[in-house]
Design a protein around this ligand. Structure first.
Ligand SMILES: [Fe+2]
Length: 136
């Protein structure tokens, strides 16, 4: 299947969140490469994707709390649904790599381009002065 890779057009205007989204795409690409190789064990890569999702959503939620984001509940509940689906998929014995990639990219794109974009706009006035970077 055609693989969707990161493009700068997916940037939402917050450097740290964009960097984390880009890492997400890299992990999905890693899974894609692994899934094409019969000798590669996909389980650790899937766990890495899951762990990164937990980390990334927690980061966004802490930023929302920092600025008392008005739609915290709506945004965080999308995170919870995505995580629940992701956990189900990762544990599915019938996991098909192409299906996984399509689903995760769809969630990611949809969420990034709507909720995360709104969040980036709300973080705008404060991000320039706070140079927060995380290495994960
Ligand atoms: Fe988000």
């Amino acid at each position: 299947m055609a693989f969707i890779s990161w493009s700068d057009s997916y940037k939402i205007g917050n450097a740290e969140i964009d960097r984390q989204h880009q890492n997400f795409f890299s992990l999905i690409a890693k899974f894609h490469t692994c899934a094409l190789n019969p000798k590669c064990d996909a389980a650790p890569v899937l766990n890495e994707i899951l762990e990164y999702a937990v980390f990334h959503f927690a980061y966004e939620e802490s930023e929302m709390q920092r600025v008392s984001y008005k739609d915290f509940n709506g945004h965080a509940s999308q995170h919870n649904s995505i995580l629940a689906e992701l956990k189900k998929l990762v544990k599915s014995p019938n996991l098909k790599s192409d299906m996984f990639e399509v689903l995760i990219i769809q969630w990611l794109m949809k969420h990034m381009m709507t909720e995360d974009k709104k969040l980036a706009a709300a973080l705008q006035p404060t991000t320039a002065s706070s140079k927060r970077t995380l290495n994960f």
